[in-house]
Each structure stands twice: as C-alpha cells, then as structure tokens.
Design a protein around this ligand. Structure first.
Ligand SMILES: NC(=O)c1ccc[n+]([C@@H]2O[C@H](COP(=O)([O-])OP(=O)(O)OC[C@H]3O[C@@H](n4cnc5c(N)ncnc54)[C@H](OP(=O)(O)O)[C@@H]3O)[C@@H](O)[C@H]2O)c1
Length: 199
C-alpha cells in the first residue's frame, strides 16, 4: 500500500515506520525534513500534499499539538492551539483526502487517553481527543467508496514518561510500539469507526 504518514519524524511516527515500513511504501510528511511538506493546520497545505502524492491507499496521522495549563488561567488562544492543530488539522486530512483517496482506502487518526481519563491541566487535550474519536465514529458511516476511518487512543508512552511522567502519576505507560501496532490493525484490517485504546 502507498501510505502517507504525517508526523513521521516523531516518537510515534518512527514506531509506525518500524511497524509498517517493511510491508508498505511510506511517504513521510511533516512541516520539515520529510518526503512531502505539510502543515495540517492549513487546508491549502493539505490539499497541496495530496496533489503531490497521488494514488494514496492510507493516511496515518501521528501529529497534533495541544496546549496544557491550569483551567483557572487558560485562554481561548490556548484552546485554539489544540482546536486548529490536533483537531482541525486531522479533520483537514479527511476533508481533502476523501476526494482523492483510492477506493477502500483508510484514514487513521491519533487521539489519546485524556478524553476518558483526565489529568489536571489537560482540559484542552481531553476536549480535542474526544472530538477526534467522535469525528471518527460519525464519518465512518458517511465515507463513500469503501473508505474506512479509525482513531488510536494511547496512554502516555514509556519513551515519553521521563518528560511527562510527573503529570501522569499512577498511569501505566505503554511502549510506543504497542500504539504502532494499533495503527497496523487499522490500516491492514477491515474495521471502521473504531477507536483503539492502547492502555
Ligand atoms: N507522547 C505521548 O506519550 C502520547 C500519548 C498519547 C497520544 N499522543 C499523541 O501522539 C501524537 C504524536 O506524539 P509524539 O509524542 O510522537 O510527538 P512528537 O515526537 O512531538 O512528533 C510530532 C510529529 O508531528 C509533526 N508535526 C507537528 N505538528 C505538525 C503539523 N501542524 N503539521 C504537520 N506535521 C506536524 C512533527 O514534525 P515537524 O515538526 O517537522 O512538523 C513530528 O514529526 C500527538 O498528537 C500526541 O498528542 C502522544
């Protein structure tokens, strides 16, 4: 399969390449240093990416920024980071991709544990992750030509525990490879409308 992987240079993206790279043709996408440049916040940039990479069988997103901070001090601008980047960025991939994806192609988006198991300072991430999972549920029944869509919702990665561990006390981190396997299940399997929780 020809697969666009957005966020290929990140912790999760590299693990997805390790999982899928030997079986498929992976086109690495990101804002810098990738096979194809894209900023998912910008629908024009996403459309241009699809024009450059023709005949796509799957799109995987392993990218998306959100702000963290205490509710008492949070601003609309901080919420806008998550809404414009992690949420609408992934929605942009589907909006533009639905018209150019090959028949029976798939989208696999990234959400996360905070939608259903929140932490202090995580209100934006929780909101965005829940919206992504709801978007997947709803669009699965509308996508034409046998196209599928799923999301992967991991808890914190072992590889990131050093950075984020203090915010996730009591959470059991998962190896990022476990999350990568859920992407393989989505891309290489037949399910749609699913959120794969990797806990
Ligand atoms: N880390 C965790 O423990 C964890 C747990 C659950 C869920 N997640 C979610 O998993 C996703 C990836 O996390 P990660 O830890 O792998 O992040 P990461 O290491 O910071 O990598 C992020 C990747 O996304 C690309 N990127 C960022 N913003 C982009 C944009 N607007 N357009 C296109 N590409 C963009 C980056 O490349 P460029 O900078 O070159 O664009 C990079 O390749 C995030 O959505 C995160 O919320 C992470």
């Amino acid at each position: 399969m020809k697969i666009i992987l957005v966020g290929a240079s990140g912790t999760l993206g590299k693990a997805i390449i390790a999982e899928l790279g030997s079986r498929h043709d992976i086109i690495r996408a990101g804002r810098s240093g990738a096979d194809v440049q894209v900023d998912i916040k910008d629908l024009g940039s996403v459309t241009a990416m699809y024009k450059k990479v023709e005949s796509v069988d799957a799109v995987i997103c392993a990218a998306g920024n959100v702000s963290f901070g205490p509710l008492a001090e949070f601003t609309p601008e901080q919420y806008a980071v998550g809404l414009n980047d992690k949420l609408m960025g992934q929605v942009n991939l589907v909006l533009a991709g639905q018209h150019v994806m090959n028949d029976r192609g798939s989208f696999t988006l990234i959400s996360g544990v905070l939608s259903h198991d929140p932490i202090v300072m995580g209100s934006s991430a929780a909101m965005v992750n829940a919206a992504i999972d709801a978007f997947v549920l709803a669009t699965a029944i509308e996508l034409p030509r046998g196209m599928r869509i799923n999301s992967v919702s991991p808890t914190v990665f072992v590889e990131e525990a050093e950075h984020y561990g203090a915010f996730f006390r009591g959470y059991k981190p998962v190896p990022v490879n476990d999350a990568a396997r859920a992407f393989a299940k989505s891309v290489e399997g037949a399910q749609t409308g699913q959120t794969y929780r990797v806990l």
